[in-house]
Design a protein around this ligand. Structure first.
Ligand code: HEC
Ligand code: HEC
Length: 444
C-alpha cells in the first residue's frame, strides 16, 4: 500500500494516517481478521500512529462544519459579480435561474442548481426526485431512448419526455446534498479501496472506476451520485448542467434529445452554450459551480455541543451491530498539494489533511434496494446503490435513494441483502437500545 520509493516522508506519513483512520472503525468492527494488520484490532488510533511510525504525527483537524465557506477559495463580499473566483460570486452562479436565452432546455428538469440543492443552504439537498428508466434486452440493461434520465420539463409542448411503453425498469432518485463534497473529492482512491478491503466479505462494497471528464481519460474511484457515477465535482457539474438544466458546455457539447428525437428546431443558442475561454477551459459557470461546491463546509451535527449519553451509547450500538461497516464513520483527505483528477485539481490547505465524518464508504452495495438502472461498474451494480452518507441526516425529511422512506425506522427496515445481518441485529436490540441508535442517527 505504501510505496517507500515514490513517496516523500511527509507524503508517507499522511497517506499512512489517512488509511489507518479510514480502516480503524471498519477494522474494529470487522468479523474477520484483516490481512497483515491483526494487531490493529486492539489499538487506539494514537497507538496505531506511534506503532506505525515511531514518531509523533502531524495533527489532523476535523473538516469545518456548518454553513459558509471552508476557505478553498476567498470569501469575497456579497456585492461580488457572478464569477468562479470568490465564494459569494460562485454561489451566485450556483443560485442563478437560467432562461431559454441562456440555453435552458430544450428538455430539462429545473432552472437552477439551487432548485434541487437548497436545504438548509445552497448546496444542500431537497425533496426533488428525478426519473430514470430503461429495460432489459438479452440480460443487458438498455437506456431509455434519449438516455436513462427522463427530463420532466421542456421549453415547448411538443418536446415533453415521457417514459415509453416497454421500459419497465423505472426509478426515482432523490437530490443529494453536496455539503462537504470538496473533502470527499480529496479522499484518495487508496483510502476508499482500503475501506473496501477491510469490509467483511459478505458486506464488501464495490468500488467503481469512472472516467474523470476533465482528466484526459484518467479514471478514479467513483464517489458522487447514487451509483458513484462520478469521482470529480467538475465532471458532475458538467453532467448536471446538461442533464438537469439542458445547458451544454465544452466537455458535453451535445444537447439531449426528447425521447430520442432531435430538439434542434427549438434550440436557439449555439452549442456549447457555455463557451471555453483561456481562463475557464471548461466554461465559466462550470468552474463557478465546481469552486462553490469545493468550498462548502461539511454538514453540522444536530447537537454538536451536548453529546448526551444516549447518543454516545447509540453510536456504540451502531458500530456493534455492523452498521458502520458500510456507514464508515471517518476518513482523512489527501495532503495539501496532492494533484488529483488527472492533474486538474490541486488539494488546497483548506481541503487537505482533514478528517471527515461522512458515515459512508461511498461504495456500491446490494442491500435489496437497487433500482435496476445500470450506470457504472460490474453488471451487478445495476442492483446496488451507494451507501447513503448519514452526515446531515437531521436536515432531511425523506430517506433512501427514492425518498420513499419517511421514517428512519422504515429506512432501516428496507436494509436486506448485504445489510441483512445488521438489520436483524438492530431488531434484536431492546426497544431502549433501538431508541438510542435512533437518537444517534438523529444527532447526525
Ligand atoms: C432537478 C433537480 C436537480 C438540479 C437542477 C441539479 N441537481 Fe444535482 N442532483 C440531483 C439529483 C437527483 C442527484 C442524485 C443523482 C443520481 O445519482 O442519480 C444530484 C446529485 C448531485 C451531485 C452529487 C452529490 C453527491 O454527494 O453524490 C452533485 C455534485 C450535483 N448534483 C451538482 C449539481 C450542480 C452543480 C447542479 C447545477 C449545474 C445541479 N446538481 C443541478 C438533482 C438536481
Ligand atoms: C452492507 C452495507 C450497509 C449496512 C451494513 C448498513 N447500511 Fe444503511 N445504507 C446502505 C445503503 C447502500 C444505503 C442506501 C440505500 C438506498 O438508497 O437504496 C443505506 C441507507 C441508510 C439510511 C438512509 C439514509 C438517507 O439519507 O437516505 C439509513 C438511515 C441507514 N442506512 C442506516 C443504517 C443503519 C442504522 C444500519 C445498521 C442497522 C445500516 N444502515 C447498515 C448500506 C448499508
Amino acid at each position: 500500500m505504501f510505496n517507500f520509493k515514490t513517496h516523500s516522508r511527509t507524503m508517507l506519513l499522511c497517506s499512512a494516517t489517512a488509511t489507518i483512520l479510514a480502516l480503524g472503525p471498519a477494522i474494529a468492527n470487522s468479523a474477520e481478521p484483516v490481512p497483515n494488520t491483526p494487531q490493529l484490532h486492539q489499538l487506539t488510533y494514537s497507538k496505531v500512529y506511534i506503532s506505525m511510525l515511531g514518531t509523533e504525527l502531524l495533527p489532523i483537524d476535523d473538516a469545518p462544519t456548518g454553513q459558509g465557506n471552508n476557505g478553498h477559495i476567498p470569501l469575497g463580499s456579497p456585492e461580488d459579480e457572478e464569477s468562479p473566483l470568490t465564494f459569494y460570486a460562485a454561489k451566485k452562479v450556483f443560485d442563478a435561474v437560467e432562461d431559454v436565452a441562456d440555453g435552458l432546455g430544450p428538455v430539462y428538469n429545473a432552472q437552477a442548481c439551487r432548485e434541487c440543492h437548497q436545504s438548509p443552504m445552497s448546496g444542500g439537498s431537497s425533496q426533488v426526485t428525478v426519473v430514470r428508466a430503461g429495460r432489459m434486452n438479452n440480460g443487458k440493461f438498455v437506456d431509455h431512448a434519449g438516455g436513462s434520465l427522463i427530463q420532466d420539463r421542456a421549453i415547448h409542448y411538443s418536446l415533453q419526455e415521457q417514459v415509453q411503453d416497454g421500459n419497465d425498469i423505472t426509478a426515482l432518485r432523490l437530490s443529494l446534498s453536496i455539503l462537504g463534497d470538496g473533502f470527499v473529492e480529496a479522499v484518495s482512491d487508496d483510502t476508499l479501496l482500503a475501506i473496501a478491503a477491510a469490509q467483511p466479505a459478505d458486506m464488501r462494497g464495490e468500488a467503481v472506476m469512472v472516467e474523470v471528464l476533465e482528466g484526459s481519460g484518467i479514471k478514479r474511484v467513483g464517489r458522487f451520485g447514487w451509483k458513484s457515477q462520478h469521482a470529480s465535482l467538475l465532471s458532475f457539474a458538467v453532467d448536471a448542467y446538461l442533464n438537469e438544466m439542458g445547458i451544454t458546455s465544452p466537455l458535453m457539447p451535445d444537447e439531449n434529445t426528447s425521447n430520442g428525437k432531435s430538439v434542434a428546431a427549438y434550440d436557439t443558442v449555439a452549442d456549447p452554450e457555455e463557451e471555453a475561454s483561456a481562463q475557464y477551459p471548461f466554461g465559466r459557470d462550470v468552474h463557478a459551480f465546481t469552486n462553490f461546491m469545493r468550498s462548502l463546509k461539511a454538514p453540522a451535527r444536530n447537537d454538536a455541543t451536548t453529546q448526551t449519553q444516549a447518543i454516545i451509547d447509540g453510536q456504540a450500538l451502531f458500530t456493534q451491530i455492523g452498521c458502520s461497516n458500510c456507514h464508515t464513520p471517518a476518513m482523512v483527505t489527501s495532503p495539501p498539494g496532492t494533484l488529483l483528477n488527472g492533474g486538474t485539481f490541486t488539494v488546497t490547505e483548506a481541503l487537505g489533511n482533514k478528517r471527515i465524518r461522512p458515515f459512508s464508504d461511498f461504495l456500491l452495495h446490494d442491500i435489496g434496494t437497487g433500482d435496476g438502472i445500470y450506470q457504472t461498474g460490474s453488471a451487478e451494480a445495476r442492483n446496488k446503490m451507494r451507501t447513503a452518507a448519514l452526515w446531515g441526516l437531521h436536515t432531511r425529511a425523506r430517506f433512501m435513494h427514492d425518498g420513499l422512506s419517511l421514517t428512519l425506522g422504515n429506512a432501516i427496515q428496507r436494509h436486506q441483502g448485504q445489510a441483512l445481518s445488521a438489520r436483524k441485529a438492530f431488531h434484536q436490540l431492546t426497544s431502549d437500545q433501538q431508541a438510542k441508535v435512533l437518537a444517534f442517527l438523529r444527532s447526525l
